[in-house]
Design a protein around this ligand. Structure first.
Ligand code: PLP
Length: 399
């Protein structure tokens, strides 16, 4: 209980929700260890990090510096390269605006994979519409793996900025950044790596410091929404296209401290957690495949995020399945920004997936608080929902 009379005990715990949450690519619950720190920053250590005239401001400044160190440790970079943002979308916009620069004699040549997040695609397209960039697309194969000739081709034709995500937010495919980053640099181009889904789940130490613009989001790693980071050794706020941005605004110290704690936890526990989650994911996959003979597993099964299972039930409308599960198991038909949009996923199209598999595509995302019994119950519920929809489709008891 604090002076304000508000107690953390009044906050709902992740377990309070009755439905099983398997949509961790969309967002994650805040870890209670992170929430405690955020809460404390809001009510106790609430100083303004820009007011260094007293101990409150000093404490806040020290907290921001500590969080930068934690973020940098997770991705193998320098704390001075960490710039906090409101999330990945803002970090992506800042990075591309910085790559364009305050003035340009000729448009920025951007090459991006066809499976980047919509935030990257929209920013690149907008820059092109404004005459600030020309966009080239890098192809992927049927497992969403990068087609290496397509990247080489773009680099040989001349590229200033390459955008390759660390791992895909729909099908989970992980990209070989240890090879891609030096290749891009050998061609004198810069690289933007959207690590929103991969941070804490794959190791960054081998190449993290070499990435020109690395993108992170708090709410995908058990920190609150509204906090993220651009990690960049070349970023300079005064050299951004447009009216410029300032990092002199009052920092979101609670969010920043939460992001720092989330990164600390990921660094110390991420490896074991990833193993545990991969085991559960594999059991989920095996049990679903055993009972749904026509099930197809999408993405690169040899190299995918541990918490990702992306499947297709051919010719079975995914929105009907998700709807049946609505109050029982939270899974999705695609990326959060696509959900409910009823348009097909640009990722699945780029993979050349057949229409019948796109129609039945389901994204399942496990997380830190997913339990063995969640998996057991989710299997039963998903199987029942799929059978229900299939039956309904042959004109039986569809309501
Ligand atoms: N990039 C990827 C790969 C994502 O999955 C997301 C969110 O789903 C974003 C960027 C946007 O992140 P934010 O919600 O922090 O703006």
């Amino acid at each position: 209980m604090t002076k304000s009379g508000f107690s953390l005990a009044t906050l709902p715990s992740p377990a309070a929700n009755e439905a099983i949450y398997l949509d961790h690519h969309a967002t994650t619950p805040v870890d209670t260890r992170v929430a405690k720190i955020v809460f404390d920053m809001m009510v106790s250590s609430f100083g303004n990090a820009n007011s260094v005239d007293h101990v409150f401001g000093e404490t806040a400044t020290a907290i921001v510096a500590d969080a930068k160190r934690r973020v940098a440790e997770l991705v193998g970079s320098d704390p001075d390269s960490v710039f906090f943002t409101s999330g990945s979308t803002e970090a992506i916009r800042l990075a591309i605006s910085h790559a364009i620069g305050p003035t340009r004699a000729s448009p920025l040549r951007i090459a991006l994979t066809r499976v980047e997040h919509q935030a990257v695609i929209d920013t690149a397209n907008l820059a092109e519409q404004l005459g600030l960039a020309v966009v080239t697309w890098i192809d992927v194969d049927h497992r969403a793996r990068l087609v290496s000739e397509s990247l080489h081709d773009a680099l040989e034709r001349g590229t200033d900025l390459v955008c390759v995500m660390a791992a895909n937010n729909e099908v989970g495919t992980i990209y070989p950044l240890g090879e891609i980053v030096p290749l891009v640099h050998r061609h004198d181009a810069a690289i933007l790596v959207d690590a929103t889904q991969a941070a804490g789940r794959i190791a960054f130490d081998a190449f993290g410091a070499d990435v020109d613009y690395l993108i992170l989001s708090g709410h995908k790693i058990y920190a609150p929404k509204g906090i993220g980071a651009l990690v960049s050794g070349i970023y300079d706020a005064s050299r951004v296209y447009g009216l410029g941005v300032t990092h002199d605004a009052t920092p979101n110290v609670p969010g920043i401290a939460g992001m720092g704690e989330a990164c600390r936890i990921m660094l110390s526990e991420g490896r074991d957690e990833t193993r545990r989650i991969a085991d559960m994911r594999d059991r989920l996959q095996t049990n679903l495949a055993r009972q749904l003979q026509d099930l197809v597993v999408n993405g690169d099964q040899e190299n995918r995020l541990a918490h990702n299972l992306h499947i297709s039930v051919p010719d079975t409308p995914n929105d009907l399945i998700v709807n049946r599960l609505r109050k029982k198991v939270a899974i999705s038909t695609g990326a959060a920004c696509m959900s409910g949009a009823q348009s097909s996923s640009h990722v699945l199209r780029a993979m050349g997936m057949e229409d019948c598999l796109q129609e039945g595509a389901l994204r399942i995302g496990l997380g830190r608080f997913t339990s063995e019994s969640d998996i057991e119950n989710a299997v039963a519920e998903i199987i029942a929902a799929v059978r229900d929809v299939k039956n309904a489709m042959v004109g039986k008891d569809y309501d």
